[in-house]
Design a protein around this ligand. Structure first.
Ligand code: NAP
Ligand code: HSE
Length: 439
C-alpha cells in the first residue's frame, strides 16, 4: 500500500475542526482521489480540554504548534490558527525549514510575509499552498495560478469577504442594524477572530494582495492597497442606493492602468442589474478579465468551516500527489515590484451624500464647487427633512437634510477637492459620505 501523507493540523477552530471531521469521514474516497491516504497524525490548539466534537484518539496532541511542525510523525503541516505573526508564522517557517510542505488558510500571514515564505518553500523544495486563503471555497488560486497561466490578466476584482457581504445583504434586505448582523456572522464562524479585519476592509486587502501577485507576477505589497471598510455605511445609503438603482458591495479591485497597478478596497455602488449585485450573503465572487480568455467570474461560498476545508483538501490532494508549483505562479525571485499609482488618480463616478443645512445658497454652493472642478452631476436627490417648514428657514435654525449626488466620471483628486471646498462654505452639517461607483 502507498505510504500515507501524515499531516499535522495546527488550529482546531471553525476550519480545523471541519477539516479533521471531513478527513475522518471520507478517508477512503480521498485516498483514492489523492493517490495515497491522507492521515491526521498530530493536532495542536490552545485548549486541550475543549470539546470540539472530534474523535482525536490515536492522534498526537501538541500544546506548541512549532513542536508539531518539527515532529518526525508529521510530513505536511496545515496551519489554521490565524494571525500575521506569532505562532502561525513560526509554525509555517519551522515546517518549511524542516522540508515539509505547508497548507495555510492564513491570508494575513501571506499578505505580510508571503514573499519570504514562498522563497523559503522554494529553497527547501517544498510546497506552500493556500487555496483557502482567498474566497473560502472558491478555487480562485488554482484558477489564477494554473488554469489561466496562458493569459495576461488586466483586472481581478470581487467580493472577497463573506462577513461584509453577509452584513450588507442583511442590512439591505431585512433592515437590520450593523451590530446585530455582525454578531450573527461571528456565530456562524464567518468572521475573523478580530472582526475589525473583516469590516475594516483589511481581510479583503490581504486577499487582494495575494490575487494581485498571482495575476500580475508581482511581489505581494499589501501596504500599497488603498483600504476603506463598511463601518461608515448607513441604512440611508443602502436605501438611497436601492432608489437610484444600485447595491453597495465591498469590492477589492486590482487592475492595470496607464500609471501602474491600482489596488483598492472600498464599498462600491454597483448597478442592481449587474452580475456582482446578485451575489448576496456569505457568497463571494472573483471576476478576472484576461487576454485571451476574456472575462470570467467564479462565485461560491466565501467563508465557513466546510467550504474553507474544501479548499484545504484540494491543496492536500496536490501535495499527496507530489504536484510542485511556485506559490505565486512564478519563482519567488522572479516576482517584480509593482508600480502603484496613488488613489488620487483613480477615475470613476461617485455617490456623495451630504447633510446640507436647508437654507438659501446651500445648493448653489454645492453646484458651484463641483463645476469649478469640472465635475458633472448625473443626478441630485434631496430629501425634505421632517423638521423642514414650508417657509424658508432663517439661517440660524436651518435643519440638515440629506442631499445625494451621483457624478459622472471624475478623479478622486477632483471630488475630494470639491468636497473640501463645499465643507469650507459652511452649509454642511457633517462630513460627507463618499462611495465610488463601478458601472
Ligand atoms: P478559529 O475558529 O478562531 O480557530 C483558531 C484555532 O487556532 C483554534 O482552535 C485555536 O485554539 C487555535 N490556536 C490559536 N492560537 C494558537 C496557538 N498559539 N497555539 C495553538 N493553537 C492555536 O479560526 P478559524 O475561523 O478556523 O480560522 C483559521 C484560519 O483560517 C485563519 O487564518 C482564518 O483567517 C482562515 N480562514 C477562515 C475562514 C472561516 O470561514 N472561518 C475562511 C477562510 C480562511 P483553541 O480552539 O484552543 O482556542
Ligand atoms: N472572515 C473571512 C470572511 C473568512 O468573512 O470572508 C474567509 O476568509
Amino acid at each position: 500500500m502507498t505510504e500515507p501523507l501524515r499531516i499535522g493540523v495546527a488550529g482546531l477552530g471553525t476550519v480545523g475542526a471541519s477539516l479533521v471531521r471531513l478527513l475522518a469521514e471520507n478517508a477512503a474516497a480521498y485516498g483514492r482521489r489523492f493517490g495515497r491516504p491522507v492521515k491526521v497524525t498530530a493536532v495542536s490548539a490552545r485548549d486541550k480540554a475543549k470539546d470540539r466534537g472530534l474523535d482525536l484518539a490515536g492522534i498526537l496532541w501538541f500544546d506548541d504548534p512549532v513542536a508539531l511542525a518539527k515532529s518526525p510523525d508529521v510530513d505536511c503541516v496545515v496551519e489554521l490558527m490565524g494571525g500575521a505573526d506569532g505562532k502561525a508564522k513560526e509554525t509555517v517557517e519551522a515546517a518549511l525549514a524542516a522540508g515539509k510542505s505547508v497548507v495555510t488558510a492564513n491570508k494575513a500571514l501571506l499578505a505580510k510575509h508571503g514573499n519570504a515564505l514562498a522563497a523559503l518553500a522554494e529553497a527547501n523544495k517544498v510546497q506552500l499552498n493556500f487555496e483557502a486563503a482567498v474566497a473560502g471555497g472558491i478555487p480562485a488560486i488554482k484558477a489564477m495560478r494554473e488554469s489561466l497561466a496562458g493569459n495576461r490578466v488586466e483586472r481581478v476584482a470581487g467580493i472577497l469577504n463573506g462577513t461584509c457581504n453577509y452584513i450588507l445583504s442583511r442590512m439591505e434586505l431585512e433592515g437590520l442594524p450593523f451590530e446585530a448582523v455582525l454578531a450573527d456572522a461571528q456565530r456562524l464562524g464567518y468572521a475573523e477572530a478580530d472582526p475589525t479585519f473583516d469590516v475594516g476592509g483589511f481581510d479583503t486587502a490581504h486577499k487582494l494582495a495575494i490575487l494581485a501577485s498571482l495575476a500580475f507576477g508581482t511581489a505581494i505589497d499589501a501596504d500599497a492597497i488603498y483600504i476603506e471598510g463598511i463601518a461608515s455605511i448607513a441604512p440611508l445609503d443602502l436605501r438611497m442606493a436601492d432608489e437610484l438603482g444600485y447595491r453597495i458591495k465591498l469590492l477589492g479591485v486590482a487592475e492595470r492602468t496607464a500609471t501602474g497597478i491600482e489596488q483598492r478596497v472600498h464599498p462600491t455602488m454597483v448597478p442592481k442589474t449587474s452580475a456582482i449585485a446578485q451575489v448576496m450573503g456569505v457568497t463571494n465572487a472573483v471576476s478576472i478579465l484576461a487576454e485571451p480568455v476574456g472575462e470570467l467570474t467564479l462565485v461560491g461560498p466565501g467563508a465557513g468551516g466546510n467550504a474553507t476545508a474544501s479548499s484545504v483538501l484540494s491543496d492536500l490532494g496536490d501535495i499527496a500527489r507530489g504536484t510542485r508549483l511556485p506559490a505565486y505562479g512564478v519563482a519567488a525571485r522572479d516576482l517584480e515590484a509593482a508600480e502603484q499609482p496613488p488613489m488620487q488618480r483613480h477615475e470613476g463616478g461617485y455617490y456623495v451624500r451630504l447633510s446640507v443645512l436647508d437654507r438659501p445658497g446651500a445648493a448653489a454652493s454645492i453646484a458651484t464647487r463641483m463645476a469649478e472642478r469640472q465635475i458633472s452631476l448625473e443626478s441630485i436627490v434631496q430629501r425634505k427633512s421632517a423638521q423642514t417648514k414650508d417657509t424658508t428657514p432663517r439661517a440660524s435654525e436651518a435643519p440638515a437634510v440629506p442631499v445625494v449626488l451621483i457624478t459622472y466620471a471624475t478623479t478622486e483628486a477632483a471630488i475630494r477637492a470639491a468636497l473640501k471646498a463645499v465643507m469650507a462654505d459652511g452649509h454642511i452639517a457633517e462630513p460627507p459620505q463618499l462611495i465610488r461607483i463601478e458601472r
